[in-house]
Design a protein. Structure first.
Length: 443
């Protein structure tokens, strides 16, 4: 429970730090309401809509309400999908308001000892250190390969955990060995005529748990005629920190990444995870008040491009023959890739160009799947409600392959398949894995 002293500190910081012009930009027109998953799934509860949350923030700034548990609960329940932004006539940057509000609350409230320990471990001890991420994922890999996973399942230990976590354990990808995770190329030549020189943002989870997807990304870039540089001193993008009220840490990670990439003579910095890309492309806003870094951040963000976008711009789908055995495929948008990076048509064009497959558009493909970083763990009930709707739309397409462009979305859709008992009829894959599969199936 937030104390009176904590509420006073939060309110003071809201008044000092919240962008009041941005708060006033909201005209309360309601265009955001049909796009907001939590507003829809909560039975059209106003406080769980973007418009309602902005009203709560402004009321705290104006001293009309206290920043109590109800305010915090409303902000916590937001997925941060930012689907409200493209439809807003006033162009309200809701995502920036949400991150600022969450940071103020988290930095001014007293956490219990267990919560403090978990946050410190995750935000300070693990994600900023890629060597520790590799060790942590190495333990998961050992669990999978040693037989412990089989024993755990047979003894029914997983039944002690919530259903969503037990199902999540089943859909985790096979984690590579520590040796494989450490053996990462820093430079790769283009295949054929070189068209571009790019840098690859390899990420933290992407370069450990989803290592094969990173490998597939680099192979596709090579086939597209790109020389690739992957700096070893890059860091976690900071999205998890920025979305969870750890803005200072997010800024430090941003500075590390800018420094790692800015001296490379490259045309673009390529990402393959919608969530990471969207946070990277917002570094200019994150560091706008830092005179030493603001211009450097602008230069950095200007080079960020998603893998599907660069492949499309380089006419990969026209120059490279892709073919697969007949299957019906559908595409689930990564919220941040679509709403922040404005990339929606490129992945669809790439998928539609694969010979032998039938592409079917899913209803509400642009609605969040409920993953949202760690949202499906900390807000499991709402996440599963949203996922159930998404799976209903997926099944309506009769697709056998669901394609995504973000690791969180991928795990969430795998979880949906598992929950629906469709593991023998349907699969979920990252777009680059499917594209490489289509390229290599020719041989």
């Amino acid at each position: 429970m937030t104390s009176v002293k904590e509420q006073q500190s939060i309110q003071t910081e809201f008044q000092a730090r919240m962008d009041q012009d941005e708060l006033l930009n909201c005209m309360r027109c309601g265009f955001c309401l049909p796009t907001c998953p939590t507003y829809i799934e909560s039975g059209h509860k106003e406080s769980h809509s973007p418009r309602g949350r902005i009203a709560l923030m402004k009321a705290v700034v104006d001293g009309l309400i206290e920043p109590d548990e109800e305010v915090e609960r409303s902000l916590d329940l937001c997925l941060g999908c930012r689907a409200c932004e493209p439809v807003c006539p006033s162009g309200v940057k809701y995502g920036f308001l949400l991150e600022e509000a969450r940071d103020i609350i988290q930095q001014n409230k007293k956490h219990s000892a267990p919560v403090k320990l978990v946050r410190k471990t995750v935000f300070e001890g693990l994600f900023p250190h890629q060597d520790r991420m590799r060790m942590a994922m190495g333990l998961v890999g050992f669990y999978q390969r040693s037989g412990l996973q089989t024993v755990t399942r047979k003894t029914g230990i997983m039944k002690l955990f919530p259903d969503s976590l037990a199902s999540m354990e089943k859909v985790l990808p096979k984690v590579p060995t520590l040796k494989e995770m450490k053996n990462r190329p820093e430079h790769l030549p283009a295949i054929g005529t070189q068209t571009k020189k790019v840098a690859f943002f390899s990420g933290c989870l992407m370069d450990t748990m989803f290592l094969e997807t990173n490998n597939a990304t680099m192979k596709l870039l090579q086939h597209a005629g790109c020389e690739i540089v992957t700096p070893k001193n890059q860091a976690c993008c900071g999205a998890l920190h920025g979305h969870s009220g750890e803005k200072a840490s997010a800024k430090e990670l941003a500075k590390r990444n800018i420094q790692a990439f800015e001296d490379l003579d490259v045309d673009y910095i390529i990402t393959n995870a919608g969530g990471c890309g969207a946070f990277l492309v917002d570094y200019d806003h994150l560091l706008k008040d830092d005179p030493a870094w603001s211009e450097r951040a602008v230069a950095f963000t200007a080079k960020i491009k998603d893998i599907s976008q660069i492949l499309y711009e380089l006419d990969f789908h026209k120059k490279v023959n892709m073919q697969l055995p007949y299957q019906v495929i559908t595409y689930q948008d990564s919220c941040h890739l679509r709403n922040v990076m404005k990339t929606a048509s490129a992945p669809r064009a790439l998928l539609a160009s694969i010979q032998g497959v039938e592409f079917r558009e899913m209803k509400d493909a642009d609605r969040c799947c409920g993953s949202a970083g760690i949202y499906n763990i900390v807000e499991s009930e709402m996440s599963m409600q949203i996922l159930d709707y998404k799976m209903a739309q997926t099944k309506a397409t009769h697709a056998t392959t669901i394609v995504t462009a973000n690791p969180g979305c991928l795990l969430q859709m795998k979880l949906g398949i598992e929950r629906e008992g469709l593991s023998d009829k349907m699969r979920a894959v990252h777009i680059v894995d499917l594209l490489l599969e289509a390229v290599e199936s020719r041989h």
